[in-house]
Design a protein around this ligand. Structure first.
Ligand SMILES: [Zn+2]
Length: 171
């Protein structure tokens, strides 16, 4: 069984994706609020490609009063970051009780440059408390290129980008 969340009231709705054709479009009616919404199941080929994606980098979540240290893998494509809640639909959830981190707080898009090296681009949710790189808050529609060692703050939570390039400046 899989769970999705009602886009209107956040009610979790369970369904069995094995009962449907890959790639098909499903319509749900929320039992809580009656909202109708549509989702598309991934085609198997896409899922297989997804599973085979190499890790482009990681996010180190620094331990604090709300959570222990965690390492989150980042993949090519869009990584959606936020506080993990039951049935969450994002692909990069943080296990934390930090109430100032939104359940969808920011995104890191990973693509590659001409040399095939991964590039990391950060953008805000939009979130309630904003997304910071160092001490600078990102603008509403800003897309900020971030490098190895970038310090990202989401609410009361600090994350450090680790690209595995191994050439971080030490000055
Ligand atoms: Zn609902």
């Amino acid at each position: 069984m899989k769970k999705i969340r009602c886009p209107k009231c956040d009610e979790p709705i369970a369904f069995d994706p094995a009962r449907y054709e890959p790639g098909s479009s499903l319509v749900f009616e929320c039992p809580q609020c009656g909202k109708q919404f549509r989702i598309r199941l991934p085609a198997r080929r896409e899922e297989a490609e997804e599973a085979a994606r190499p890790v482009a980098g990681t996010l180190l979540v620094v331990e604090n009063a709300f959570h222990t240290e965690q390492t989150l893998p980042l993949y090519a494509g869009r990584n959606v970051i936020g506080r993990e809640v039951r049935g969450t639909n994002i692909n990069c959830p943080v296990k934390t009780v930090d109430p100032s981190m939104d359940t969808l707080h920011c995104r890191i898009d990973v693509d590659t440059d001409k040399q095939g090296r991964p590039r990391f681009t950060l953008s805000d949710g939009p979130s309630g408390t904003g997304t910071f790189v160092g001490t600078e808050i990102l603008g509403d529609r800003e897309r900020r290129r971030i490098e190895d060692g970038a310090i990202i703050t989401l609410g009361a939570t600090t994350l450090i980008l680790q690209t595995g390039s191994g050439d971080a400046q030490t000055n």
